[in-house]
Design a protein around this ligand. Structure first.
Ligand SMILES: Cc1ncc(COP(=O)(O)O)c(C=O)c1O
Length: 394
């Protein structure tokens, strides 16, 4: 078998939940290569996963070393790596305990269960989520996702989720009932089109949660881990949540998810309440520790902030040239370019020219490059986009 057989094998043997494009065989830093040897500048980073760049040597070394030492031993035993990761994450986040799992959906499920357990004595279980949000593909996270297109055909949905308008505080207030236990929100809606929350909305959510004794929960799966130029998206707002989920970039490409909560919520789960066979294996924990080290040692979060500003300035300049750019929005290196034309053909054109990004919704191009991108990479991406928009509107 060669890499060029991959599409045929995929067609015959992999369930068609995705419609993949070309076959990628290698990655390094901000670049990936396909099976013909063609190089691409990667401004999607495996959908906001490879924040430290593809195959960062420190992450690769940590995985190789831990893989040869102890990959997995079950959470029925202590291992020397997992608690070190939890300690680091706790110090970085809310000062409470950490639950480790494998994906964003699983992390959000843990948040839901924790909120339900916390509210159970008072019979409270309802979670308010935002329209246009995205929280995952399991039954509960798909239900929490405020977009019917992800839910069609999978009814009945899970009970206990109600929706409010993102950035419209009064609709959230109106959704609160005596059964409400929590509000879940993304600081920057990712799949929903890269829409940052308004500061007044986030502080208003906190005040509402305090008033009604609700948990304020954030989904940091996409906007966390330095992506927005701060460790977590909610750090752009003057707010402290009660808990939040993370995944994607936490393992730098190795699957791992987590939730962080405040000290007050740290012992809501008791032994037997929740579990995951693979949650926080020594291997996954070693990868995540190497990612945290790298983000810190290479000052990648401040760098993301600077590169985001540079990219945003360049995109705004392009918007003055191309009337089809309606808005440029985002935080740090999580940027959406809203077009007046369909985004998918532009994404395809960019790919043909050697730049990877993701169309989201009908008309938004999403750019979530590795945080290691340089000013030169940013300029290349701007030139590519300039060219692709010229072709697409000719
Ligand atoms: C904000 C957000 N939450 C949750 C998820 C689900 O994460 P996973 O695909 O790892 O289950 C995603 C995935 O795109 C996401 O963007």
């Amino acid at each position: 078998m060669t890499a060029s057989d991959s599409p045929t094998l995929h067609h015959h043997y992999v369930m068609p939940t995705y419609a993949p494009g070309m076959t990628l065989v290698r990655g390094s830093g901000a670049h990936v290569w396909d099976d013909t040897g063609r190089e691409y500048l990667d401004f999607m980073a495996g959908i906001a996963v490879c924040n430290t760049g593809h195959c960062h040597p420190a992450v690769v070394a940590a995985i190789q070393q831990q893989a040869a030492t102890l990959m997995h031993c079950s959470n029925l035993f202590h291992n020397p790596v997992q608690p070190r990761l939890a300690q680091r994450l706790s110090a970085l986040t809310l000062g409470g305990k950490i639950f480790l799992c494998n994906s964003g959906a699983e992390a959000n499920e843990a948040l839901f269960k924790l909120a339900r357990k916390w509210g159970s004595a008072e019979g409270r279980y309802e979670i308010i989520t935002m329209k246009n949000s995205f929280h995952g593909r399991t039954l509960a996270t798909m239900t929490a996702t405020g977009q019917t297109k992800y839910q069609k055909g999978f009814e009945p949905l899970m009970p206990g989720f109600v929706y409010a308008e993102f950035n419209a505080l009064e609709t959230v207030r109106a959704a609160v009932t005596p059964a409400t236990v929590a509000i879940l929100c993304e600081a920057v809606q990712g799949e929903g089109g890269v829409v940052p929350a308004d500061p007044a909305f986030i502080t208003g959510l906190r005040a509402l949660c305090d008033e009604k004794k609700l948990l304020l929960l954030f989904d940091e799966v996409q906007c966390g881990m330095g992506r927005t130029g701060k460790w977590f998206g909610f750090h752009h707002y003057d707010v402290r949540p009660d808990g939040f989920s993370m995944a994607k970039a936490l393992g730098g490409g190795f699957p791992i998810g987590a939730i962080a909560v405040t000290p007050e919520l740290s012992n809501v789960f008791e032994p037997g309440n929740h579990a995951s066979t693979f949650g926080g294996t020594p291997l996954a924990s070693a990868a995540a520790l190497a990612v945290l080290d790298t983000l810190e040692k290479e000052h990648l979060i401040d760098h993301a902030d600077r590169m985001g500003t540079l990219f945003m300035e360049g995109l705004n300049a392009l918007a003055r040239k191309h009337a089809c750019i309606q808005t440029v929005r985002g935080l740090g290196l999580m940027i959406g370019v809203v077009l007046s034309i369909p985004a998918k053909p532009v994404e395809t054109q960019l790919r043909e020219n050697g730049l990877l990004c993701i169309a989201t919704g009908e008309n938004v191009l999403r750019f979530v490059p590795p945080l290691v991108v340089t000013p030169d990479h940013i300029q290349q991406a701007l030139d590519q986009l300039d060219q692709a928009l010229t072709v697409s509107t000719a």
